[in-house]
Design a protein around this ligand. Structure first.
Ligand SMILES: Nc1ncnc2c1ncn2[C@@H]1O[C@H](COP(=O)(O)OP(=O)(O)OP(=O)(O)O)[C@@H](O)[C@H]1O
Ligand SMILES: [Mg+2]
Length: 469
Protein backbone atom coordinates (compact mmCIF):
# COMPACT_ATOMS: atom_id res chain seq x y z
CA UNK A 1 0.00 0.00 0.00
CA UNK A 2 1.31 3.47 -0.85
CA UNK A 3 2.18 5.64 2.20
CA UNK A 4 -0.61 8.15 1.61
CA UNK A 5 -3.18 5.41 1.25
CA UNK A 6 -1.83 3.79 4.39
CA UNK A 7 -2.19 7.04 6.34
CA UNK A 8 -5.80 7.46 5.23
CA UNK A 9 -6.46 3.84 6.10
CA UNK A 10 -5.01 4.25 9.58
CA UNK A 11 -7.09 7.41 10.08
CA UNK A 12 -10.23 5.49 9.13
CA UNK A 13 -9.29 2.72 11.54
CA UNK A 14 -8.72 5.30 14.29
CA UNK A 15 -12.15 6.70 13.49
CA UNK A 16 -13.71 3.29 13.83
CA UNK A 17 -11.85 2.69 17.08
CA UNK A 18 -13.13 5.95 18.53
CA UNK A 19 -16.72 5.53 17.33
CA UNK A 20 -18.86 6.49 20.35
CA UNK A 21 -21.49 3.83 19.50
CA UNK A 22 -19.16 0.87 19.18
CA UNK A 23 -17.22 -0.62 22.07
CA UNK A 24 -14.20 -2.59 20.87
CA UNK A 25 -11.99 -4.98 22.77
CA UNK A 26 -9.27 -7.27 21.46
CA UNK A 27 -7.56 -10.11 23.27
CA UNK A 28 -4.54 -12.24 22.43
CA UNK A 29 -4.72 -16.03 22.14
CA UNK A 30 -4.44 -16.38 25.93
CA UNK A 31 -7.40 -14.09 26.46
CA UNK A 32 -5.39 -11.11 27.73
CA UNK A 33 -6.69 -7.71 26.64
CA UNK A 34 -4.35 -5.78 24.38
CA UNK A 35 -6.63 -3.18 22.79
CA UNK A 36 -9.72 -1.49 24.17
CA UNK A 37 -11.46 1.70 23.09
CA UNK A 38 -13.06 4.51 25.08
CA UNK A 39 -16.62 3.43 24.35
CA UNK A 40 -15.96 -0.03 25.75
CA UNK A 41 -14.45 1.48 28.91
CA UNK A 42 -17.48 3.77 29.24
CA UNK A 43 -19.93 0.88 28.87
CA UNK A 44 -18.06 -1.10 31.50
CA UNK A 45 -17.47 1.91 33.75
CA UNK A 46 -13.75 1.09 33.91
CA UNK A 47 -10.39 2.81 33.44
CA UNK A 48 -7.90 1.70 30.84
CA UNK A 49 -5.49 0.43 33.50
CA UNK A 50 -8.22 -1.84 34.95
CA UNK A 51 -8.52 -3.56 31.61
CA UNK A 52 -5.29 -3.55 29.57
CA UNK A 53 -3.15 -6.69 30.01
CA UNK A 54 -5.80 -8.23 32.26
CA UNK A 55 -7.47 -11.51 31.39
CA UNK A 56 -10.83 -10.84 29.74
CA UNK A 57 -12.66 -12.87 32.39
CA UNK A 58 -11.29 -10.52 35.05
CA UNK A 59 -12.72 -7.61 33.09
CA UNK A 60 -16.07 -9.18 32.20
CA UNK A 61 -16.56 -12.49 34.02
CA UNK A 62 -19.24 -13.63 31.56
CA UNK A 63 -17.33 -12.73 28.39
CA UNK A 64 -17.71 -15.26 25.58
CA UNK A 65 -14.41 -14.32 23.91
CA UNK A 66 -12.61 -17.34 25.49
CA UNK A 67 -15.22 -19.50 23.75
CA UNK A 68 -14.41 -17.78 20.44
CA UNK A 69 -10.70 -18.48 21.00
CA UNK A 70 -11.47 -22.11 21.71
CA UNK A 71 -14.00 -22.84 18.98
CA UNK A 72 -12.90 -20.20 16.44
CA UNK A 73 -16.55 -19.51 15.81
CA UNK A 74 -17.89 -16.12 14.81
CA UNK A 75 -20.80 -14.87 16.94
CA UNK A 76 -23.07 -12.60 14.99
CA UNK A 77 -25.36 -10.14 16.68
CA UNK A 78 -25.76 -11.46 20.19
CA UNK A 79 -28.04 -9.30 22.35
CA UNK A 80 -25.94 -8.52 25.42
CA UNK A 81 -27.16 -6.17 28.19
CA UNK A 82 -24.19 -4.59 30.02
CA UNK A 83 -24.41 -2.19 32.94
CA UNK A 84 -27.87 -1.02 31.90
CA UNK A 85 -26.87 -0.55 28.23
CA UNK A 86 -28.48 -2.68 25.55
CA UNK A 87 -25.76 -3.80 23.16
CA UNK A 88 -25.54 -6.04 20.15
CA UNK A 89 -22.25 -7.91 20.21
CA UNK A 90 -20.20 -9.37 17.39
CA UNK A 91 -17.31 -11.63 18.27
CA UNK A 92 -14.74 -13.10 15.92
CA UNK A 93 -11.32 -14.73 15.94
CA UNK A 94 -8.50 -12.63 14.45
CA UNK A 95 -6.02 -14.17 12.03
CA UNK A 96 -2.66 -13.10 10.67
CA UNK A 97 -0.97 -15.10 7.91
CA UNK A 98 -3.49 -17.87 8.46
CA UNK A 99 -2.68 -18.14 12.18
CA UNK A 100 -5.08 -17.12 14.91
CA UNK A 101 -3.61 -14.21 16.88
CA UNK A 102 -6.53 -13.43 19.15
CA UNK A 103 -10.17 -12.43 19.14
CA UNK A 104 -12.19 -9.26 18.96
CA UNK A 105 -15.51 -8.22 20.42
CA UNK A 106 -17.50 -5.27 19.10
CA UNK A 107 -20.48 -4.03 21.07
CA UNK A 108 -22.90 -1.81 19.27
CA UNK A 109 -24.62 0.38 21.87
CA UNK A 110 -28.28 0.89 21.13
CA UNK A 111 -31.32 2.53 22.59
CA UNK A 112 -34.25 0.26 23.44
CA UNK A 113 -36.01 0.92 20.10
CA UNK A 114 -32.89 -0.04 18.14
CA UNK A 115 -32.64 -3.32 20.00
CA UNK A 116 -36.27 -4.14 19.25
CA UNK A 117 -35.86 -3.48 15.52
CA UNK A 118 -32.65 -5.45 15.29
CA UNK A 119 -33.86 -8.40 17.32
CA UNK A 120 -37.04 -8.60 15.19
CA UNK A 121 -34.92 -8.69 12.05
CA UNK A 122 -32.70 -11.29 13.63
CA UNK A 123 -35.65 -13.51 14.53
CA UNK A 124 -36.85 -13.39 10.93
CA UNK A 125 -33.38 -14.31 9.71
CA UNK A 126 -33.12 -17.11 12.26
CA UNK A 127 -36.44 -18.50 11.02
CA UNK A 128 -35.15 -18.56 7.45
CA UNK A 129 -31.88 -20.07 8.56
CA UNK A 130 -33.73 -22.87 10.36
CA UNK A 131 -35.53 -23.73 7.11
CA UNK A 132 -32.27 -23.86 5.17
CA UNK A 133 -30.61 -25.92 7.89
CA UNK A 134 -33.40 -28.45 7.64
CA UNK A 135 -33.13 -28.55 3.86
CA UNK A 136 -29.39 -29.15 4.17
CA UNK A 137 -29.88 -31.90 6.70
CA UNK A 138 -32.43 -33.54 4.45
CA UNK A 139 -29.87 -33.51 1.66
CA UNK A 140 -27.26 -34.98 3.95
CA UNK A 141 -29.73 -37.56 5.10
CA UNK A 142 -29.31 -39.51 8.33
CA UNK A 143 -25.96 -39.56 10.07
CA UNK A 144 -26.04 -42.58 12.33
CA UNK A 145 -26.51 -46.30 11.94
CA UNK A 146 -27.31 -49.03 14.49
CA UNK A 147 -23.60 -49.57 15.15
CA UNK A 148 -23.42 -46.03 16.53
CA UNK A 149 -25.85 -47.03 19.29
CA UNK A 150 -23.56 -48.30 22.00
CA UNK A 151 -24.73 -50.61 24.79
CA UNK A 152 -25.01 -54.28 25.66
CA UNK A 153 -27.84 -54.01 28.16
CA UNK A 154 -30.55 -56.59 27.45
CA UNK A 155 -33.35 -54.06 27.22
CA UNK A 156 -31.39 -51.80 24.92
CA UNK A 157 -30.48 -54.75 22.68
CA UNK A 158 -34.10 -55.72 22.61
CA UNK A 159 -35.16 -52.22 21.55
CA UNK A 160 -32.45 -52.26 18.89
CA UNK A 161 -33.68 -55.48 17.39
CA UNK A 162 -37.31 -54.29 17.31
CA UNK A 163 -36.12 -51.10 15.61
CA UNK A 164 -34.10 -53.05 13.07
CA UNK A 165 -37.11 -55.13 12.13
CA UNK A 166 -39.37 -52.07 11.90
CA UNK A 167 -36.93 -50.32 9.60
CA UNK A 168 -37.66 -52.97 6.99
CA UNK A 169 -41.43 -52.91 7.26
CA UNK A 170 -41.89 -49.14 7.11
CA UNK A 171 -44.40 -49.19 10.00
CA UNK A 172 -44.98 -46.02 11.96
CA UNK A 173 -42.72 -45.93 15.02
CA UNK A 174 -43.10 -44.13 18.34
CA UNK A 175 -39.86 -43.68 20.29
CA UNK A 176 -40.24 -43.01 24.01
CA UNK A 177 -37.56 -42.37 26.59
CA UNK A 178 -36.09 -39.78 28.91
CA UNK A 179 -34.15 -36.83 27.61
CA UNK A 180 -30.70 -37.72 26.25
CA UNK A 181 -31.29 -41.49 25.96
CA UNK A 182 -30.67 -41.58 22.20
CA UNK A 183 -34.15 -41.27 20.65
CA UNK A 184 -32.90 -39.15 17.78
CA UNK A 185 -30.01 -41.55 17.30
CA UNK A 186 -32.54 -44.37 16.90
CA UNK A 187 -34.56 -42.39 14.35
CA UNK A 188 -31.44 -41.84 12.23
CA UNK A 189 -30.39 -45.47 12.52
CA UNK A 190 -33.85 -46.71 11.47
CA UNK A 191 -33.83 -44.53 8.36
CA UNK A 192 -30.26 -45.54 7.59
CA UNK A 193 -31.14 -49.25 7.74
CA UNK A 194 -34.39 -48.88 5.78
CA UNK A 195 -34.90 -49.26 2.03
CA UNK A 196 -35.49 -45.49 2.07
CA UNK A 197 -31.90 -44.73 3.05
CA UNK A 198 -31.06 -42.92 -0.22
CA UNK A 199 -34.16 -40.74 0.15
CA UNK A 200 -34.51 -37.70 2.45
CA UNK A 201 -34.62 -37.89 6.22
CA UNK A 202 -36.49 -34.81 7.39
CA UNK A 203 -36.64 -33.87 11.05
CA UNK A 204 -39.30 -31.55 12.44
CA UNK A 205 -38.87 -30.23 15.94
CA UNK A 206 -42.48 -29.83 16.99
CA UNK A 207 -41.46 -28.01 20.19
CA UNK A 208 -39.31 -25.35 18.52
CA UNK A 209 -41.82 -24.04 16.00
CA UNK A 210 -44.41 -21.50 17.12
CA UNK A 211 -47.98 -22.77 16.68
CA UNK A 212 -48.60 -20.27 13.90
CA UNK A 213 -45.73 -21.64 11.79
CA UNK A 214 -46.13 -25.34 12.43
CA UNK A 215 -48.92 -25.92 9.92
CA UNK A 216 -47.14 -24.21 7.02
CA UNK A 217 -43.87 -25.90 7.99
CA UNK A 218 -45.43 -29.34 7.95
CA UNK A 219 -47.77 -28.96 4.99
CA UNK A 220 -46.32 -26.02 3.03
CA UNK A 221 -48.29 -23.15 1.52
CA UNK A 222 -49.38 -21.81 -1.85
CA UNK A 223 -48.36 -18.46 -3.24
CA UNK A 224 -50.50 -15.69 -1.73
CA UNK A 225 -51.75 -17.89 1.13
CA UNK A 226 -50.96 -15.08 3.58
CA UNK A 227 -49.07 -11.80 3.69
CA UNK A 228 -45.40 -12.53 3.47
CA UNK A 229 -45.95 -15.88 1.73
CA UNK A 230 -43.11 -16.62 -0.66
CA UNK A 231 -43.57 -16.34 -4.41
CA UNK A 232 -44.30 -19.73 -5.89
CA UNK A 233 -45.34 -21.09 -2.45
CA UNK A 234 -43.28 -23.49 -0.40
CA UNK A 235 -43.36 -27.26 0.08
CA UNK A 236 -43.90 -28.55 3.61
CA UNK A 237 -41.79 -31.09 5.46
CA UNK A 238 -44.08 -33.95 4.47
CA UNK A 239 -43.58 -33.16 0.79
CA UNK A 240 -39.85 -32.77 1.29
CA UNK A 241 -39.70 -36.17 2.95
CA UNK A 242 -41.59 -37.87 0.12
CA UNK A 243 -40.32 -41.44 -0.40
CA UNK A 244 -38.14 -40.98 2.67
CA UNK A 245 -38.68 -40.62 6.41
CA UNK A 246 -40.24 -37.83 8.42
CA UNK A 247 -39.08 -37.62 12.03
CA UNK A 248 -41.59 -35.78 14.22
CA UNK A 249 -39.42 -34.98 17.20
CA UNK A 250 -40.88 -33.78 20.54
CA UNK A 251 -44.34 -34.85 19.35
CA UNK A 252 -45.66 -34.43 22.91
CA UNK A 253 -45.25 -30.68 22.48
CA UNK A 254 -47.50 -30.44 19.44
CA UNK A 255 -50.54 -28.21 20.04
CA UNK A 256 -53.91 -29.99 20.06
CA UNK A 257 -55.20 -28.24 16.92
CA UNK A 258 -52.18 -29.46 14.96
CA UNK A 259 -52.56 -32.96 16.37
CA UNK A 260 -55.98 -33.13 14.69
CA UNK A 261 -54.52 -32.07 11.33
CA UNK A 262 -51.62 -34.49 11.65
CA UNK A 263 -54.02 -37.33 12.36
CA UNK A 264 -55.82 -36.68 9.06
CA UNK A 265 -52.52 -36.73 7.15
CA UNK A 266 -51.52 -40.01 8.76
CA UNK A 267 -54.88 -41.54 7.90
CA UNK A 268 -55.15 -40.23 4.35
CA UNK A 269 -51.45 -40.08 3.47
CA UNK A 270 -52.24 -36.83 1.73
CA UNK A 271 -51.33 -33.27 2.58
CA UNK A 272 -52.96 -30.03 1.56
CA UNK A 273 -50.83 -26.90 1.42
CA UNK A 274 -52.10 -23.88 3.35
CA UNK A 275 -54.16 -21.87 0.85
CA UNK A 276 -54.12 -24.81 -1.55
CA UNK A 277 -57.03 -26.69 -3.01
CA UNK A 278 -55.76 -30.02 -4.22
CA UNK A 279 -54.39 -32.71 -1.92
CA UNK A 280 -50.88 -34.04 -2.60
CA UNK A 281 -50.13 -37.72 -2.05
CA UNK A 282 -47.13 -38.44 0.14
CA UNK A 283 -45.34 -41.69 0.78
CA UNK A 284 -43.33 -41.36 3.98
CA UNK A 285 -42.28 -43.46 6.91
CA UNK A 286 -43.28 -41.69 10.09
CA UNK A 287 -41.14 -41.80 13.20
CA UNK A 288 -42.25 -39.77 16.22
CA UNK A 289 -40.40 -39.27 19.49
CA UNK A 290 -40.98 -37.63 22.86
CA UNK A 291 -39.67 -37.63 26.40
CA UNK A 292 -43.13 -36.77 27.70
CA UNK A 293 -45.51 -39.25 29.27
CA UNK A 294 -48.16 -39.40 26.53
CA UNK A 295 -50.51 -41.60 28.55
CA UNK A 296 -50.57 -38.98 31.31
CA UNK A 297 -51.10 -36.27 28.75
CA UNK A 298 -54.02 -38.18 27.25
CA UNK A 299 -55.64 -38.44 30.68
CA UNK A 300 -55.30 -34.68 31.06
CA UNK A 301 -56.73 -34.12 27.59
CA UNK A 302 -53.45 -32.71 26.25
CA UNK A 303 -52.72 -35.45 23.72
CA UNK A 304 -55.29 -36.97 21.39
CA UNK A 305 -55.96 -40.62 22.00
CA UNK A 306 -56.68 -41.37 18.32
CA UNK A 307 -53.34 -39.84 17.30
CA UNK A 308 -51.55 -41.81 20.00
CA UNK A 309 -52.91 -45.11 18.65
CA UNK A 310 -52.16 -44.09 15.07
CA UNK A 311 -48.51 -43.37 16.01
CA UNK A 312 -48.05 -46.22 18.40
CA UNK A 313 -47.81 -49.02 15.86
CA UNK A 314 -44.31 -50.01 16.95
CA UNK A 315 -43.11 -48.62 20.29
CA UNK A 316 -39.48 -48.30 21.25
CA UNK A 317 -38.91 -47.68 24.95
CA UNK A 318 -35.30 -46.54 25.12
CA UNK A 319 -34.01 -47.37 28.61
CA UNK A 320 -32.46 -44.65 30.75
CA UNK A 321 -28.76 -44.80 31.57
CA UNK A 322 -29.38 -45.34 35.28
CA UNK A 323 -31.13 -48.60 34.44
CA UNK A 324 -28.09 -49.90 32.54
CA UNK A 325 -25.04 -48.85 34.59
CA UNK A 326 -22.91 -51.55 32.97
CA UNK A 327 -23.17 -49.62 29.69
CA UNK A 328 -21.49 -46.59 31.23
CA UNK A 329 -18.08 -48.21 30.81
CA UNK A 330 -18.77 -49.12 27.18
CA UNK A 331 -20.03 -45.64 26.42
CA UNK A 332 -16.93 -44.06 27.96
CA UNK A 333 -14.66 -46.27 25.83
CA UNK A 334 -16.65 -45.20 22.79
CA UNK A 335 -16.89 -41.51 23.63
CA UNK A 336 -13.34 -40.87 24.88
CA UNK A 337 -11.53 -41.33 21.53
CA UNK A 338 -14.32 -39.46 19.73
CA UNK A 339 -14.04 -36.50 22.08
CA UNK A 340 -10.22 -36.60 21.96
CA UNK A 341 -10.42 -36.32 18.22
CA UNK A 342 -12.85 -33.43 18.32
CA UNK A 343 -11.05 -31.52 21.08
CA UNK A 344 -7.53 -32.34 19.84
CA UNK A 345 -6.63 -33.84 23.22
CA UNK A 346 -4.93 -37.07 24.26
CA UNK A 347 -6.68 -38.27 27.36
CA UNK A 348 -5.99 -41.98 27.71
CA UNK A 349 -8.22 -43.23 30.45
CA UNK A 350 -10.59 -42.74 33.34
CA UNK A 351 -9.27 -43.63 36.79
CA UNK A 352 -10.87 -46.43 38.81
CA UNK A 353 -12.13 -43.96 41.43
CA UNK A 354 -13.68 -41.75 38.77
CA UNK A 355 -15.37 -44.77 37.18
CA UNK A 356 -16.81 -45.69 40.55
CA UNK A 357 -18.10 -42.16 40.92
CA UNK A 358 -19.65 -42.22 37.44
CA UNK A 359 -21.37 -45.54 38.17
CA UNK A 360 -22.98 -44.29 41.39
CA UNK A 361 -24.47 -41.18 39.78
CA UNK A 362 -28.06 -41.45 38.55
CA UNK A 363 -27.72 -39.57 35.23
CA UNK A 364 -30.92 -37.53 34.88
CA UNK A 365 -29.58 -36.25 31.54
CA UNK A 366 -28.58 -39.76 30.39
CA UNK A 367 -26.00 -40.25 27.62
CA UNK A 368 -26.03 -36.57 26.65
CA UNK A 369 -25.08 -35.66 30.22
CA UNK A 370 -22.33 -38.30 30.23
CA UNK A 371 -20.98 -36.85 26.98
CA UNK A 372 -21.03 -33.32 28.42
CA UNK A 373 -19.39 -34.29 31.71
CA UNK A 374 -16.66 -36.20 29.86
CA UNK A 375 -15.99 -33.25 27.58
CA UNK A 376 -15.69 -30.93 30.55
CA UNK A 377 -13.43 -33.38 32.41
CA UNK A 378 -11.19 -33.76 29.34
CA UNK A 379 -10.81 -29.98 29.14
CA UNK A 380 -9.90 -29.74 32.81
CA UNK A 381 -7.43 -32.64 32.67
CA UNK A 382 -5.85 -31.22 29.55
CA UNK A 383 -5.42 -27.89 31.31
CA UNK A 384 -3.56 -29.78 34.04
CA UNK A 385 -1.54 -31.73 31.46
CA UNK A 386 -3.00 -34.89 32.90
CA UNK A 387 -3.80 -37.89 30.69
CA UNK A 388 -6.10 -39.66 33.15
CA UNK A 389 -9.54 -38.49 34.24
CA UNK A 390 -9.66 -38.66 38.03
CA UNK A 391 -12.63 -37.64 40.24
CA UNK A 392 -11.39 -34.06 40.64
CA UNK A 393 -12.19 -33.48 36.98
CA UNK A 394 -15.85 -34.24 37.63
CA UNK A 395 -16.45 -31.43 40.13
CA UNK A 396 -20.22 -31.40 39.70
CA UNK A 397 -20.31 -35.06 40.75
CA UNK A 398 -17.83 -34.82 43.59
CA UNK A 399 -19.89 -31.96 44.98
CA UNK A 400 -23.04 -34.10 44.89
CA UNK A 401 -21.67 -37.19 46.55
CA UNK A 402 -21.42 -36.98 50.31
CA UNK A 403 -17.92 -38.36 50.39
CA UNK A 404 -14.62 -36.70 51.15
CA UNK A 405 -13.99 -34.24 48.33
CA UNK A 406 -10.47 -34.06 46.91
CA UNK A 407 -9.21 -36.04 49.86
CA UNK A 408 -10.64 -33.63 52.42
CA UNK A 409 -12.48 -35.27 55.26
CA UNK A 410 -15.78 -33.76 56.34
CA UNK A 411 -15.39 -31.52 59.38
CA UNK A 412 -16.15 -33.30 62.66
CA UNK A 413 -18.94 -31.88 64.83
CA UNK A 414 -16.55 -31.00 67.66
CA UNK A 415 -15.43 -27.97 65.61
CA UNK A 416 -18.72 -26.60 64.45
CA UNK A 417 -22.13 -25.86 65.86
CA UNK A 418 -24.35 -26.22 62.84
CA UNK A 419 -24.59 -27.57 59.30
CA UNK A 420 -24.14 -24.16 57.64
CA UNK A 421 -20.86 -23.70 59.43
CA UNK A 422 -19.70 -27.20 58.54
CA UNK A 423 -20.42 -26.58 54.88
CA UNK A 424 -18.55 -23.28 54.98
CA UNK A 425 -15.51 -24.86 56.60
CA UNK A 426 -15.50 -27.59 54.01
CA UNK A 427 -15.85 -25.04 51.22
CA UNK A 428 -13.01 -22.91 52.54
CA UNK A 429 -10.75 -25.92 52.90
CA UNK A 430 -11.61 -27.18 49.41
CA UNK A 431 -10.84 -23.81 47.82
CA UNK A 432 -7.58 -23.57 49.78
CA UNK A 433 -6.48 -27.03 48.59
CA UNK A 434 -7.29 -26.36 44.94
CA UNK A 435 -5.50 -22.99 45.10
CA UNK A 436 -2.46 -24.81 46.43
CA UNK A 437 -2.67 -27.39 43.68
CA UNK A 438 -2.96 -24.80 40.93
CA UNK A 439 -0.24 -22.61 42.47
CA UNK A 440 -2.80 -19.89 43.09
CA UNK A 441 -4.04 -19.80 39.52
CA UNK A 442 -7.50 -18.31 39.94
CA UNK A 443 -8.82 -19.18 36.48
CA UNK A 444 -7.80 -22.81 36.85
CA UNK A 445 -9.15 -22.98 40.40
CA UNK A 446 -12.50 -21.63 39.26
CA UNK A 447 -12.63 -24.17 36.43
CA UNK A 448 -11.73 -27.15 38.60
CA UNK A 449 -14.34 -26.17 41.16
CA UNK A 450 -16.92 -25.53 38.47
CA UNK A 451 -17.36 -21.97 39.71
CA UNK A 452 -17.75 -18.77 37.81
CA UNK A 453 -14.67 -16.59 38.39
CA UNK A 454 -16.66 -13.80 40.00
CA UNK A 455 -18.22 -16.31 42.40
CA UNK A 456 -14.76 -17.60 43.26
CA UNK A 457 -13.61 -14.04 43.97
CA UNK A 458 -16.54 -13.50 46.30
CA UNK A 459 -15.67 -16.65 48.16
CA UNK A 460 -11.98 -15.73 48.32
CA UNK A 461 -12.98 -12.45 49.94
CA UNK A 462 -15.44 -14.15 52.26
CA UNK A 463 -12.84 -16.62 53.54
CA UNK A 464 -10.09 -14.03 53.53
CA UNK A 465 -8.01 -16.05 51.10
CA UNK A 466 -7.08 -13.04 48.99
CA UNK A 467 -3.77 -12.61 50.83
CA UNK A 468 -2.79 -16.09 49.65
CA UNK A 469 -2.83 -14.92 46.03
N1 LIG B 1 -26.50 -45.59 23.03
C1 LIG B 1 -25.79 -44.53 22.63
N2 LIG B 1 -24.58 -44.70 22.11
C2 LIG B 1 -23.84 -43.64 21.73
N3 LIG B 1 -24.23 -42.38 21.83
C3 LIG B 1 -25.43 -42.14 22.35
C4 LIG B 1 -26.27 -43.20 22.78
N4 LIG B 1 -27.43 -42.66 23.24
C5 LIG B 1 -27.30 -41.34 23.12
N5 LIG B 1 -26.12 -41.01 22.57
C6 LIG B 1 -25.61 -39.63 22.33
O1 LIG B 1 -26.19 -38.81 23.33
C7 LIG B 1 -26.63 -37.58 22.79
C8 LIG B 1 -28.12 -37.43 23.00
O2 LIG B 1 -28.85 -38.34 22.18
P1 LIG B 1 -30.21 -37.95 21.45
O3 LIG B 1 -30.15 -36.55 20.95
O4 LIG B 1 -30.52 -39.00 20.48
O5 LIG B 1 -31.18 -38.00 22.71
P2 LIG B 1 -32.75 -37.80 22.80
O6 LIG B 1 -33.29 -39.01 23.43
O7 LIG B 1 -33.28 -37.40 21.46
O8 LIG B 1 -32.85 -36.60 23.84
P3 LIG B 1 -34.00 -35.44 23.97
O9 LIG B 1 -35.24 -36.08 24.50
O10 LIG B 1 -33.41 -34.50 24.98
O11 LIG B 1 -34.16 -34.83 22.62
C9 LIG B 1 -26.24 -37.58 21.32
O12 LIG B 1 -25.01 -36.93 21.16
C10 LIG B 1 -26.12 -39.06 21.00
O13 LIG B 1 -25.21 -39.27 19.96
MG1 LIG C 1 -34.13 -35.62 20.81
Amino acid sequence: MKDLKKEVFIEILDGILENPYIGIIMVDTLGNVNIVNKTYLEIMGKQEEDVLDKHILEVTPHSRLPEVLRTREVHLADHWPVNGHDTIVFRMPLYKDGKMIGAMGQSLVLGAAGVRILSKKLKELEGELAVYKDVVSSIYSSKYCFDSIVGEDVNLRNVKSIAQRASNTGSTILILGESGTGKELFAHAIHHASPRTERPFVRVNCAALPDSLLESELFGYEEGAFTGARKGGKPGKFEMANHGTIFLDEIGDMPLAMQAKLLIVLQEREVERVGGTKPIRVDVQVIAATNRNLEDMMKKGKFREDLYYRLNVVTLNVPSLRKRPEDIYLLISYLLPKLNQRLHTQIEKVSKEALKLLCTYDWPGNVRELENLLERAINLADLNQDSCLSPEYFPSLTRLVAKPVLGIEPVGDENVDNLGEAVEKMEEETIRRVLEKTHNNKAQTAKILGLNKSVLYRKLKKYNLISDL
